[in-house]
Design a protein around this ligand. Sequence first.
Ligand code: B12
Length: 268
Amino acid sequence: MNSRLKSGVKNLCSRLGIPLVGFAPADRYDHPPFTPWVPEEFRPDAIFPGTKTVIVIGIPVSLPALETAPSIWYLEEYRTVNALLDAGTHRIATFLNERGFASVAIPRDGYGSVSILKEKPVAFFSHRHAAYLAGLGNFGINNVILTRKYGPRVRFASIFTTAKIPPDPVIDEPLCIECMQCVKICPVNALPGVDYPKDLTDKRACATRSEELAKRYAAPCGFCIKVCPIGEDRTLFAREKTGIYDETDPRHEKLHRAWAHVRKFGVR
Ligand code: B12
């Protein structure tokens, strides 16, 4: 196990402004922690044979930008974070390759357009499952990974490497408090509730909403991550109370006016 390499990657992340990084041995995939689990052909060693460690990085999306969604502000924020993620994984893979450990960066998303997702709703690799195995957080009712620092308001990307790097522990205690606010706010009822895996997210409904918003340059939706009460970013931005998202409540009129203003511009 290469501890120096781990420090090297962590230092690189901190220089690149990447606040979250976790390490999972590739063989963690062989011991399903829950079902349904990642099918074999979606696992790192199947995609890049010889993978010993999956490194997952996470970059937050700004809560105030997200609150204006659907909006150009959140779209631009999302694009910026995506670009930083892909640049980050690329630089980390290069860092490892230069030290003699064959490594590849996996793109943060992996689909050509939302309409493709309506036919084929999955990507070739799931960063959510990787983030879980790398100890960055665990699944919420909203079907994404909740982290301690940013709740679900964080995006991930991964690197597969042949280097054996000391792992991080998986977070076992659930971070989701099952408040069901994400289920209630979803405009297309895509989130089924607690009975996972019997009830699965309605990916088609979610993708259709995304497609509609994209036509207006106002995707992604983001409602199910904005409303989540978990995450220290809520304190930073003085957004502890998720009741602020009831846009009929006059007590939060100042915020609502700001969001309505942003939503008017840059989109159809
Ligand atoms: C496709 C996709 C979408 C689609 C479809 C959404 C959906 N609900 O699935 C659209 C475009 C609509 C979308 C929307 C969103 N997404 Co999205 N999306 C992805 C993407 C590209 C691929 C997911 C995937 O295919 N994984 C691979 C498959 C194998 O895994 P899976 O889908 O999780 O399926 C597993 C289980 O659900 C189960 N399963 C699924 N279907 C079935 C069917 C049966 C019959 C069975 C038995 C099992 C089963 O088995 C699978 C293996 O365990 C990932 C990026 C990536 N490559 O990981 C981002 C990603 C998951 N999205 C992300 C985000 C943030 C969002 C949004 C909040 C939008 C936003 N940016 O504001 C919403 C949230 C939607 C939600 N609540 O689920 C983040 C999640 C970050 C996090 N904190 O966890 C990711 C990881 C992107 C990133 N790089 O960070 N997304």
